[in-house]
Design a protein around this ligand. Structure first.
Ligand code: SF4
Ligand code: SF3
Length: 547
């Protein structure tokens, strides 16, 4: 075993990647990411204790969410960048320690992440091999600690997008650091950690609400939109990931250049925002979910910008056309530098690159419809409520989450296809690509697939559910005719799941496989308290759900 990682749905053999990640992460990068999390935990202990004394330091808040984001699945494969981030973390820890001690602070923890130091990559690598997931011996404590860390990683990603738009909530940073510190505390019982897991869900709701506010106040409320799937004659830039600020700046900088902008995978919902519709050179969506990018980036012919995960290690044939920015990175791939002093990022290099490229090769034609975030659905509320009252809509299926390359995910296409009449799918995240191009029709003008947006827009689905609960005057969200069949892949899906549990949603089915990081006992807690279940065959599951 040269590494150990089990944070995503593709963990090898459903247990963990031990030699190389199924995602393509090499063992040295995986281990350095473990060390980065370890250093971030040490810094978080200081930050958490300093906060009790009234010391809050902005650079630490930013470091914590950025460092965690870099360790999310398919975000950053660049060893050099991870190494630099570890150095930055150690430097910040030393500075915070000085401030803390100058104020007379005394630590209540003596965790080694507070004192470990090194200067060379060799020393980093030596330490990295011993601070990973398996350094917690008890499988249940390990499972709960990792569940919390992955939830916090998901929060970190959403907090960073909100921050980029100028939206912050200090309580979120305080919680993230408190939670990371708690995962180093051997005095906490399994019950304490279960309670902290639920608290993570609470802050999951808060961070998604904050990002919703940031996105909608910046760019307007998503509205019903027909998105073009074909291509135009100009060369283009394909934008993937989740960061709308990057997207806006690129749109502005490409105006009048003869370069068209297309979205890929999780950037598709950018098409639904009013503020982006005024750009004529923003021409539609190209391709599907992240895991199809090898063929699709190849066919696109022009440069591709990854603003976040999910990045698949690029083939040499198009690697020189890939650009990363923000928390994303890959060894040998050009990285667009962060904003400085409130100025925009400089996208001139990728724009000049695009001008020299051929127009994209057409993959498909036609359109898809999306934009059913909470504000838009509320405008249709009367229609929706009527359809439920008359029995035209019998059940909603929340099928939010992620897509992935496992063959078993064909289940979700078949499930959507076989759902009986009178059912409507509510979706968000890249999971939608398994069924958003099927001809599923509509119910009295309401499409049978309502796409709210990115994975973080699962918040919209929760808002819609809570609104329906109010309209139908129910006491419990679980009395609604809504079933949850969620596909997960990476750690943002973990925070979405914990947020739904916090909101009291029960009987969520999770697939295509249950997380490898749930020990049998922790899985039991989720089954007993929340009715969490896996998936079986499509026919069996539809029967259970409709029953
Ligand atoms: Fe394996 Fe997933 Fe970890 Fe990659 S992120 S190494 S695929 S468990
Ligand atoms: Fe997809 Fe990575 Fe999760 Fe934001 S892009 S949902 S997998």
């Amino acid at each position: 075993m040269s590494m150990f990682c089990f944070q995503c749905q593709e963990a090898a053999k459903g247990e963990g990647c031990t030699i190389k990640g199924v995602c393509g992460k090499t063992d040295d990068v995986a281990n350095l990411q473990d060390l980065l999390v370890f250093v971030t935990k040490g810094l978080s202990i200081y930050a958490h204790e300093a906060r009790q004394m009234g010391i809050e330091w902005e650079p630490v808040n930013r470091f914590v969410f950025d460092a965690l984001f870099m360790t999310i699945t398919n975000a950053n494969f660049d060893k050099k960048k991870i190494e630099e981030k570890i150095r930055e973390g150690l430097k910040l820890r030393a500075e915070l320690k000085n401030r803390f001690e100058a104020e007379g602070g005394k630590l209540s923890s003596n965790h080694e992440s507070l004192t470990w130091e090194a200067d060379t990559l060799e020393a980093f690598e030596e330490k990295a091999a011993n601070v990973g997931i398996l350094s917690t011996a008890n499988p249940d404590v390990r499972s709960l600690r990792e569940l919390i860390v992955y939830g916090v990683k998901g929060m970190a990603a959403y907090a960073e997008h909100a921050f980029n738009l100028g939206y912050e909530k200090k309580e979120l940073y305080a919680f993230m650091q408190k939670a990371l510190a708690a995962t180093t505390d051997d005095t906490l019982s399994a019950d304490d950690l279960v309670a902290l897991t639920m608290e993570t869900g609470k802050y999951g709701v808060d961070v998604m609400a904050l990002l919703d506010q940031a996105n909608t106040e910046s760019y307007g409320n998503p509205e019903i939109t027909e998105v073009n799937l074909g291509v135009q004659k100009n060369p283009g830039i394909l934008v993937s990931g989740h960061d709308l600020k990057d997207f806006e700046e690129l749109l502005k900088q490409t105006e009048g250049t003869g370069v068209d902008i297309y979205t890929h995978s999780e950037m598709l919902p950018a098409n639904y925002y009013p503020a982006f519709k005024k750009y004529e050179h923003f021409v539609g969506n190209y391709g599907n979910a992240w895991w199809k990018q090898k063929e699709e980036f190849e066919a696109f012919n022009g440069p591709v910008l990854l603003t976040t995960n999910c990045l698949v290690p690029p083939a040499d044939s198009y690697k020189d056309r890939v650009y990363t920015t923000g928390a994303a990175g890959f060894d040998g791939v050009k990285h667009i530098a962060p904003r400085k002093n409130g100025e925009s990022k400089d996208f001139s290099e990728i724009i000049e690159h695009a001008k020299k490229c051929a127009a994209p090769t057409e993959l498909e034609t036609g359109t898809i419809v999306g934009g059913f975030a909470h504000n838009q659905v509320m405008q249709l509320a009367d229609k929706v409520v009527d359809a439920v009252k008359t029995g035209a809509i019998k059940k909603f299926f929340v099928m939010a989450g992620c897509d992935g390359r496992m063959k078993s995910r064909d289940y979700y296409t078949e499930f959507a296809d076989k759902l009986p009449e009178g059912t409507v799918i509510l979706t968000a995240g890249c999971a939608k690509y398994r069924y958003n191009k099927l001809p599923l029709g509509d119910i009295g003008g309401i499409p049978r697939v309502l796409d709210a947006g990115q994975c973080n827009d699962s918040y919209s689905l929760a808002v819609i559910a809570l609104k329906l609960k109010e309209v139908f005057e129910l006491n419990d969200i679980n009395e609604l005719p809504i079933a949850y069949n969620i596909a997960w892949y990476e750690q943002k899906a973990v925070i979405v799941l914990l947020a739904l549990l916090y909101l009291g949603v029960k009987n969520i089915h999770l697939g295509p496989t249950l997380p490898a990081f749930l020990s049998p006992n922790v899985a039991n807690v989720l089954v007993e308290n929340f009715g969490i279940a896996g998936i079986k065959t499509v026919d069996e599951d539809i029967e259970v759900f409709m029953g």
